[in-house]
Design a protein around this ligand. Sequence first.
Ligand code: ATP
Length: 459
Amino acid sequence: MSTKATVEKLVSLCKRRGLVFQSSEIYGGIGGFWDYGPLGVELKNNIKQAWWKAVVQERDDVVGQDAAIVMNPTVWKASGHLDTFADPMVDCKECKKRFRADDLTGAVPAGAHGHEAAAKVIRCPECGGELTEPRMFNLMFRTYVGPVENDASTAYLRPETAQGIFVNFANVLTATRKKLPLGIAQIGKAFRNEITPGNFIFRDREFEQMEIEYFVKPGTDEEWHKHWVEERYNWYLGLGLRKENVRVRRLDPEEQAHYAKDTYEVEYLFPMGWSELEGIANRTDFDLRRHAEFSGRELEYFDEESGEHIVPYVIEPSAGVDRLFMAFLVDAYDEEEVRGPSAGSGRGETRVILRLHKDLAPIKVAVLPLSRHEKLVPPAREVWAMVRKHWMSQYDDAQSIGRRYRRQDEVGTPLCVTIDFDTLEDKAVTIRERDSMEQVRVPIAGLVEALRERLEARG
Ligand code: ATP
């Protein structure tokens, strides 16, 4: 974690610069829901694209899909969500605050769940008041399909994208004619009626997941599990998260979901402490067997080598886009003392800077005419027209050049291109780099190439 990032600073930066807004803010908001603004949607898309590229595009053993959010409700019976996807909830009789009983750390030993956990909670952690008996609260949002609201029309907003993959396993296998191991990847919204949403976008009621169900032959599952833990850990480092802020933790048996044989978490050191970014579970053949049982369909794979029908095991790397969004911001956030012309001022001043990986930066290039002088506007507009065919870019001519550099640093723009009066003579512009603040002069004719070199260099 950047030592300088706090949740308050991030929330303020995100609102001010159009990354994240409270949902329906003009009506007082609604707990656990957030909107992504013009720059936020870019960062979010870039995270999703980076993930898709790494797990689908660059591999020969993973394909994508996009399933519906509302599914046949039997899916949730088969998956166990209707019966077990619940948290123990307690209310304070005095201050009326509501808590997840298993969240009340200090009062509850790690690994204690449900009634067992709640029973150990004696008093309200806020006011010391007496707590109610715990009630199990199902986290799925309910809705109705069609005009009649009754039990038969009840449906659910999916609490995870995974089940949309399991129910399509046979379809994808047949359509792609792929052999095991085969992964199916999906990005999409998930909904959980969390009892205590919070920590900005860390725990939401509506969020996005990026999940892979990687189907393997039983017996090879442990090896593939290791593979995916390494792959996923390295992906985070490759996108710039600092090593000291990311760790992999193997869950204790009592922390595991009931279907899991073994689970690892990739955790990040958020301002509120180490917390889960992604879970990587060995789900065994639990889901396919349950869906086969409830649907009456055969969800098997014919293994040509052994001549047998098998039910594959599944390794599931499951990450939350919103949590990653927050982690990348926390890690990138920095404040530094700067001076000199590239900083925009001779005086020392503090600049806020998001040192985002260039693949994630919402805006790649900012085009900045030195001033609004009538002679500078046409070449600056021409440069912008050229640049925006290739990258997300912004044109900014308001206020001093120093202020504009500041604004771009604050949202992590890796490169600024400045058009000045010399441009009119030498047909060249200045590229200014975010982190080093170094400036180089390049001819406009070679600008796209020069930007490409800087933005698309690997390593
Ligand atoms: P937690 O223990 O934090 O509630 P979980 O173990 O229930 O999370 P999973 O069911 O494993 O989470 O979901 C996979 C991923 O989806 C998580 O690692 C997280 O990144 C994301 N996720 C889950 N719940 C939420 C939420 N309420 N808000 C934002 N992201 C979430």
